[in-house]
Write a protein that binds this ligand. Structure first.
Ligand code: NAP
Length: 220
């Protein structure tokens, strides 16, 4: 298993540097393995950017029901954070089951009660979600986005922000895959689609889908 980066994940065969591959742990199917690398490594690296001990800190994760968000909730909880998470109505039970302390329905609830309280905002959505987040940061708080490359230039003068691009890290991927295989971490597959379903699956990815990752399986 591997994160393919720019290789082109929709090819059914590709050449990849062997050093980028990790042995899929026993007990994980290829479909389960495919859902892990980009989502989990990005989630881990987002939380590392904060560079402070998350124990007892308030972390808000926007887009918590998605591939990256589902791992980010679990990593933040495991680090001892108090986790606030946003999701749509249908995804609330999924995000609660991952361990979030408070799950907020972004279509029907506001975030005003968190104003000035959040030590780390994890923005996995961008756009106006990002713009509404600045006021939530505590003094010294940090916002990390993976969805808005211009986040630093959009930050008000007194707010700290970082954009994160994930980096392949085989040691990290191997450790995470072992934890998923051992049942310590949950990896959620939203649906599995064959080659001919890819266009509609890509559209669902843009407009809303079941919690977790959509996996393409060309053997179908
Ligand atoms: N910079 C990087 O290295 C990097 C790496 C991976 C991904 N990304 C980007 O990061 C983003 C997230 O990736 P992903 O794989 O987790 O995508 P994903 O699986 O599609 O998840 C995004 C989630 O956001 C939720 N959402 C949509 N609108 C929202 C809103 N207004 N407020 C809160 N949640 C909302 C949706 O859940 P609901 O069902 O709850 O609506 C959806 O599940 C994508 O834009 C992706 O391209 C960047």
């Amino acid at each position: 298993m591997a994160a393919l980066g720019q290789c082109g994940a929709y090819a059914d065969q590709l050449l990849i540097d062997a050093e980028k591959l990790v042995q899929t742990p026993e007990g994980l199917s290829d479909v389960e393995a495919a859902a892990i690398p980009v989502a989990a490594m990005t989630a881990w690296q987002v939380l590392q950017v904060a560079d402070f001990d998350l124990s007892g800190r308030r972390v808000l994760i926007h887009g918590a029901a998605g591939g990256v968000g589902s791992f980010a909730v679990q990593f933040a909880k495991a680090a001892g954070a108090i986790v606030y998470a946003t999701a749509s109505t249908k995804s609330l039970p999924h995000v609660r089951a991952l361990g979030a302390d408070e799950v907020i329905d972004y279509r029907h609830q506001t975030l005003e009660h968190l104003t000035g309280d959040i030590d780390l905002v994890v923005d996995l959505v961008g756009a106006e979600v990002l713009d509404r987040s600045w006021m939530l940061l505590s003094p010294g708080g940090l916002l990390v986005s993976i969805a808005a490359p211009d986040v630093v230039s959009r930050a008000p003068q007194d707010r700290r922000a970082v954009f994160l691009s994930n980096r392949p890290d085989t040691a990290l991927l191997a450790a995470i895959a072992e934890q998923v295989a051992a049942g310590v971490l949950r990896s959620t597959v939203a649906e599995v689609v064959g080659f001919y379903d890819l266009p509609s699956a890509i559209e669902r990815n843009r407009t809303g889908h079941a919690p977790g990752k959509i996996v393409a399986d060309f053997a179908r």
